[in-house]
Design a protein around this ligand. Structure first.
Ligand code: S3P
Length: 424
């Protein structure tokens, strides 16, 4: 895909529905009793992989436009699949399913694409084994993963990494375990599972960074409306900040505090981001108004990292256009995402003439100098493809993005939405 610099971005958009919440809605609706309706579901490849897996587990799921109708089968209503469960590029599907399938009364095998096969699974296999699971990863750490369903017992677990996928996997397993499961986080990660389990009638008690899952006999079908994904909004936020004379409104973006680190950091960099029409519900949302701003470098690390982990590629682009130095640290987790995002951003931004170097746990970017177009690789990673597209819109000269179709995992309409607000 060829991308040329543009004059400005102006107008009102909505962005792709939240990916994390979409996955969880289908999972919990499937093991609830009764019907659920999920509106504004993300029809991206990752979430469609989740639907496909639950259909293989014999849950009737109908999809009409952006609505998903799930005929929940109850906690023990899933049935043995005839084939292996293919999770595509989706870490969330793979890891959360392990926790959900470990306590079933049948066996399953999970596998994904080449990227999934490289992503660490020991982090979920180990604690699930502590709960009594019979789960076998390839070389102990990778997919394909074989799970022999068995009874589990609750454990107390100190999370060695900040990972909502790990936490959620254990919460789902905890719903079936004998006794309570307690999970202690060092840094708080996205809490959509905790919120949604309770929304379905579950019993999870959260006390700061301590989560206690009490098993319940039944969950109950619900109607869920999914807000826009702040991780998808991030590309438009950064684009509007760095492209001159821009002003955009992004409607109905999810503003759960465990996800809004991007807004905090960009504001600290000097960004104009206003929130309007804030709706305070279990998963809060609102409109974001973003205007072109002069940005300056900041330091990003510690407990902030899990609150913006998926936005770091987009933030790296913002840093390239910000005056002075931005330091990203404590972000080793970036190495085990859909690609090694530290390597990916260092390699691609260097092609654009940006002064950037990787460290053991992050990146150092010296921004504010000329950024030029180049031929960029997407690393088969949706967030790298979209980040480099944003950079290309603000760079001098023409750019090319190779293999841009990988955006389909989280944001199939990304380029359509972008075109709707481009002023040439
Ligand atoms: C997700 C958690 C995060 C995030 C991913 C989605 C989730 O992964 O990067 O895109 O839905 O729970 P980790 O749990 O590996 O940090």
């Amino acid at each position: 895909m060829e991308i040329n610099p543009i004059k400005s971005l102006k107008g009102t958009i909505t962005v792709a529905p939240d990916k994390s919440i979409s996955h969880r809605a289908v999972m919990l609706a499937s093991i609830a009793n009764g019907k659920s309706l999920v509106s504004n579901f993300l029809m991206g490849e990752d979430c469609l992989a989740t639907i496909d897996c639950f259909r293989k587990l014999k849950v009737p799921i109908e999809v009409k436009e952006k609505k998903v109708y799930v005929n929940g089968k109850g906690k023990y209503g899933l049935r043995p699949p005839e084939q292996l469960l293919y999770t595509g590029n989706s870490g969330t599907t793979t890891r959360l399913l392990c926790g959900l399938l470990a306590p079933q009364r049948f066996s399953t095998t999970l596998d994904g694409d080449a990227s999934i096969r490289k992503r660490p699974m020991k982090r979920i296999i180990e604690p699930l084994i502590k709960m009594g699971a019979k789960i076998y990863g390839t070389n102990g750490d990778y997919t394909p993963i074989m799970i022999e369903g068995t009874e589990l017992k609750g454990i107390e677990y100190n999370m060695p990494v900040a990972s909502a996928q790990l936490k959620s996997s254990l919460i789902l397993a905890g719903l079936y375990a004998q006794g309570e499961t307690t999970i202690i986080e060092q840094n708080i990660s996205r809490n959509h599972t905790e919120i949604m389990v309770n929304g379905f009638g579950g019993d999870i008690i959260v006390d700061n960074n301590k989560i206690t899952v009490n098993p319940v006999d039944k969950l109950f079908g619900q109607e869920i409306e999914i807000p826009g994904d702040i991780s998808s909004a991030a590309f438009f936020i950064v684009a509007a900040l760095i492209i001159p004379n821009s002003e955009i409104r992004i409607k109905n973006v999810g503003l759960n505090e465990t996800r809004t680190g991007i807004i905090d950091v960009l504001r600290a960099m000097g960004a104009f981001i206003a929130i309007e029409n804030y709706r305070d519900s279990m998963e809060p949302s609102g409109d974001l108004i973003v205007k072109t701003s002069s940005l300056h470098g900041v330091e990003i690390g510690g407990g902030l990292i899990p609150r913006l982990i998926d936005e770091l590629p987009a933030l790296t682009v913002a840093a390239a256009f910000a005056e002075g130095k931005t330091i990203i640290k404590d972000a080793e987790e970036l190495k085990v995402k859909e690609s090694n995002r530290i390597d990916a951003m260092e390699t691609e931004l260097k092609k654009a003439g940006v002064e950037i170097r990787s460290t053991l746990d992050g990146l150092v970017i010296k921004g504010g100098k000329m950024v030029h177009g180049a031929e960029f690789e997407s690393w088969n990673d949706h967030r790298i493809a979209m980040s480099m597209s944003v950079l290309a819109l603000a760079a001098e000269g023409t750019s090319k993005i190779k293999n841009p179709q990988c955006i389909n995992v989280s944001y199939p309409n990304f380029f359509d939405t972008l075109h709707s607000i481009i002023q040439k």
